[in-house]
Write a protein that binds this ligand. Structure first.
Ligand SMILES: Nc1ncnc2c1ncn2[C@@H]1O[C@H](COP(=O)(O)OP(=O)(O)O)[C@@H](O)[C@H]1O
Ligand SMILES: [Mg+2]
Length: 329
């Protein structure tokens, strides 16, 4: 293998990643196939969206990348190194600093008993990024200004309940930024926010990518927000990645019947970010416990063929920067 080239090689390269959760009892053990053979790569300063309904395996994929849970199989290359091959302990400090997570519920990730300053200064202290009290305070204020929370010294003294949902999510982003990450894994960061403030948080993510070259894996069940923010988009269904490529291309020419269904649930591009409930309304992801062979969408697909029930097709390139896993192609 040639050495890692930061200008050309992806910062994150996920290869054939799978996760099965054992469920049931000792006598009837079954497997939940939460993530199956998922591959994608993210370049430096790029936003990659993973889009899919609830239960499609998005959060599990992020938790695997963050090394919160062990993978069943596959590889996760971060700057050319397979992080799954290194001991979790040994890899943890450096990797956990460079790869940060942002969750759906900003309130759940903040301790109500502590001030905003406390939350943001903790990672600075843990990773020894500031020494004196004054230095810590200055950096906290800088970070709050970076995420457009002003006046920073005033916000720093507040408690989480004294902020709005959007402000709390910005605090969570500031805390992630404190350790100068190279990759941020954002799990539906706007889905619990008021529609009116979602755009602001997306614009902040966009600015961080542009100005600081931070890469993002952005999870959403809403194709409209993926189109708005992501350079590339991959569509997940029942643990499988079924289609992927440049976001513009996927939206303009959706190939997989499931992507087409998701898109038909976005009625008006100008309504954009307001449409996320629709995509969930049309049926459910099938049971992931010991699933039958073939394409997981076969049961819901209007264009299903015999082959679809036999085997999951390999990814096929159908245009520049556009691939699909579907027997129609
Ligand atoms: N710890 C676990 N044990 C068993 N099943 C799990 C566990 N975590 C997730 N799952 C299952 O894996 C599937 C994918 O879940 P998840 O990754 O949370 O999907 P998404 O984030 O797309 O909604 C779901 O069927 C979920 O019930
Ligand atoms: Mg999830």
């Amino acid at each position: 293998m040639s050495p890692y080239d930061p200008d050309h090689d992806p910062i994150l390269d996920v290869r054939a990643l799978s996760k099965q959760f054992p469920v049931g009892t000792f006598f009837s053990s079954k497997q939940v196939h939460a993530v199956e053979d998922v591959s994608f790569a993210v370049k430096r300063g790029e936003v990659a969206a993973l889009v899919g309904e609830s239960g499609s395996g998005k959060t599990t994929t992020l938790r695997l990348i963050a090394r919160l849970i062990p993978a069943t199989s596959g590889e996760i290359l971060f700057k050319g190194n397979d992080v799954l091959k290194s001991e979790p302990r040994q890899a943890s400090l450096d990797y956990r600093r460079k790869v940060q997570l942002i969750f759906q519920d900003p309130f759940g990730s903040l301790n109500p008993a502590h001030t905003i300053e406390h939350h943001i200064s903790r990672p600075l202290q843990i990773h020894k990024l500031a020494s004196s009290r004054q230095e810590v305070h200055d950096q906290v204020c800088d970070l709050l200004e970076t995420v457009e929370l002003k006046p920073a010294h005033e916000i720093a003294n507040r408690y989480p309940h004294q902020l709005s949902g959007g402000q709390r999510q910005r605090v969570a982003i500031a805390r992630a930024l404190a350790v100068q990450p190279e990759l941020i894994l954002a799990d539906e960061p706007i889905s619990m926010l008021d529609v009116s403030i979602r755009m602001g948080v997306l614009n902040l993510i966009h600015r961080l990518k542009e100005e600081r070259g931070i890469s993002f894996v952005y999870i959403t069940h809403d194709l409209a927000s993926a189109r708005y923010i992501a350079d590339q988009t991959a569509v997940m269904y029942a643990g499988h990645m079924v289609e992927g490529g440049a976001s513009e291309e996927i939206i303009a020419h959706p190939a997989h019947p499931y992507t087409q269904l998701l898109l038909s649930a976005v009625p008006d591009p100008r309504a954009g970010l307001k449409t996320d409930k629709n995509s969930q309304a049309r049926g459910e992801v099938p049971s992931l416990i010991d699933p039958p062979p073939g394409c997981p969408f076969a049961a819901r697909c209007l264009r299903v063929k015999e082959a679809c029930r036999q085997q999951m097709p390999e990814p096929k390139t159908i245009a520049t920067d556009h691939w699909v896993r579907c027997h129609l192609y």
